[in-house]
Design a protein around this ligand. Structure first.
Ligand code: MET
Length: 344
C-alpha cells in the first residue's frame, strides 16, 4: 500500500554521487553517459561488485533520510548511466557490435543496435526495488528510462520505423512498471530527457508512446524531462517546447527542471490538473543554495501549479556533484519544504 506523504513532499530526480571507491567517477564525468555496456568503469572486482553496490546504495538511502527527504530512491548507484542498465538488459539487441547515435551535443556515441524484436526476458529492476523497500520505511521511488528516450538512444536495424521501435520499448516498460509496483515501489519515474532533445519526433508520437507505456499502471508514474545533466549540457532554453504535449500524457506528475533554466513558471500552465515535480535544485554548481533561495524558486511557481499535487525535487540527477554538495543540497531542499509547509 502506498505510504502517506506530507504536503510538498521532497525527492531527487534519481541519481546521487557514486563513491569514488566504487566507480571511476573521473571517466564518468568526462564521458557522455554510456548507452552500451561500460563494465570497465567499476573499480571493484566482479566477485565483490554486488556487495559493494549494495553497501553504497545503503549509504545513499541513509544520506537521503538524514537530509530529510520524503520520497527515497536508490541513487541509481548500480548503474553506469541512467539508461544503459535497463536498456542493455533487453533482448533484440546486438551489444557486441554496437551502432551509433548522435547525442544532443552533436557527438556520435556507441548505442545499442536493434537487430530483432525488443523483449524483456525478465524483470530488470525488481531486486533493486525490493532492496530499497527493505532498507527504508519512507515512500520509495524507482527510475526507469522511458521508451521514447531508449528508442532515440538506439540504432534501429530491424523495425525500419522509429515509431514502431518506440512502441516496442513502451511495451517492455509497461511490463516493468507493473512488476516494480508489485515489488513495493510507491512511485515509478520514467526518464525522458530526449523528449526535449528531439521535439519534432516527440510531437509526432511522444504522447502515444508514453500513453502506451503507462497503460494500466497500478500506481503513480512520474515522467521526468530536462535539458540534460548540467555537467554535460550548458545551454538551457527558458522554456520547454514539449510541455503542452505532456499535459496529454496520463502520468501522475511531470518532473521538470526550473532552477538552472530559470523557467518562466507561467509556462507550467498547461500542466494544470496534473501533478508537477518541480526541479528547484541548481546542479550546474556544487555550491549549496540556501533553503531561502530554494523556497523562492518554489514560491514563484505556486500560482501556476496545483499545490496539493506538487512535489519538490532537483533539476536532474545529482550524480556529477561532490558527495558533500549533494548532501547539502538535499538538506537545503528539505529545509525549504519545512518553511513552505508553514505558509500553506
Ligand atoms: N534519473 C536520472 C538521474 O537522476 C535522470 C537523468 S535525465 C538526463 O540521473
Amino acid at each position: 500500500m502506498a505510504r502517506p506523504l506530507p504536503p510538498l513532499p521532497t525527492t531527487v530526480v534519481g541519481s546521487l554521487p557514486q563513491p569514488d571507491w566504487l566507480i571511476d567517477r573521473d571517466r564518468l564525468g568526462h564521458q557522455f553517459p554510456p548507452r552500451v555496456r561500460a563494465k570497465e568503469l567499476w573499480r571493484v572486482p566482479v566477485e565483490f561488485l554486488q556487495e559493494a553496490q549494495d553497501d553504497a546504495t545503503l549509504a545513499t538511502i541513509r544520506a537521503q533520510e538524514v537530509a530529510g527527504l520524503d520520497i527515497i530512491g536508490d541513487g541509481e548507484i548500480r548503474r553506469e548511466s541512467y539508461s544503459n542498465h535497463f536498456a542493455t538488459a533487453l533482448e533484440g539487441l546486438d551489444l557486441d557490435h554496437p551502432g551509433s547515435v548522435r547525442n544532443r551535443s552533436g557527438i556520435d556515441i556507441p548505442a545499442p543496435r536493434v537487430v530483432g524484436d525488443i523483449r524483456r526476458p525478465a524483470a530488470v529492476q525488481v531486486d533493486d526495488v525490493r532492496f530499497l523497500r527493505a532498507a527504508t520505511d519512507r515512500a520509495v521511488k524507482i527510475t526507469v528510462p522511458g521508451p521514447f528516450t531508449m528508442a532515440q538512444q538506439a540504432q534501429d536495424d530491424h523495425y525500419g520505423d522509429d515509431r514502431a521501435l518506440a512502441l516496442a520499448y513502451a511495451e517492455v516498460v509497461r511490463a516493468e512498471i507493473a512488476d516494480l509496483f508489485a515489488a513495493g515501489a510507491d512511485i515509478v519515474q520514467l526518464d525522458e530527457p530526449w523528449l526535449q532533445a528531439r521535439p519534432e519526433v516527440a510531437r509526432r508520437y511522444g504522447v502515444e508512446v508514453l500513453s502506451a507505456a503507462l497503460e494500466g499502471a497500478p500506481g503513480p508514474v512520474h515522467v521526468h524531462v530536462c535539458f540534460g545533466y548540467a555537467a554535460m549540457v550548458a545551454d538551457r532554453p527558458e522554456g520547454y517546447s514539449v510541455l503542452p504535449q505532456l499535459a496529454d500524457v496520463p502520468a501522475a506528475a511531470i518532473s521538470i527542471e526550473t532552477a538552472q533554466s530559470h523557467l518562466d513558471p507561467a509556462t507550467l500552465a498547461p500542466l494544470r490538473g496534473k501533478g508537477v515535480a518541480l526541479g528547484v535544485l541548481d546542479l550546474s554548481t556544487p555550491e549549496v543554495e540556501t533553503p531561502e533561495v530554494i523556497a523562492d524558486r518554489v514560491r514563484r511557481a505556486l500560482d501556476h501549479v496545483d499545490v496539493d499535487t506538487l512535489v519538490l525535487s532537483s533539476d536532474c540527477g545529482l550524480k556529477y556533484l561532490p558527495r558533500e554538495s549533494a548532501a547539502g543540497k538535499m538538506r537545503a531542499l528539505a529545509e525549504a519544504a519545512a518553511v513552505l509547509r508553514t505558509e500553506l
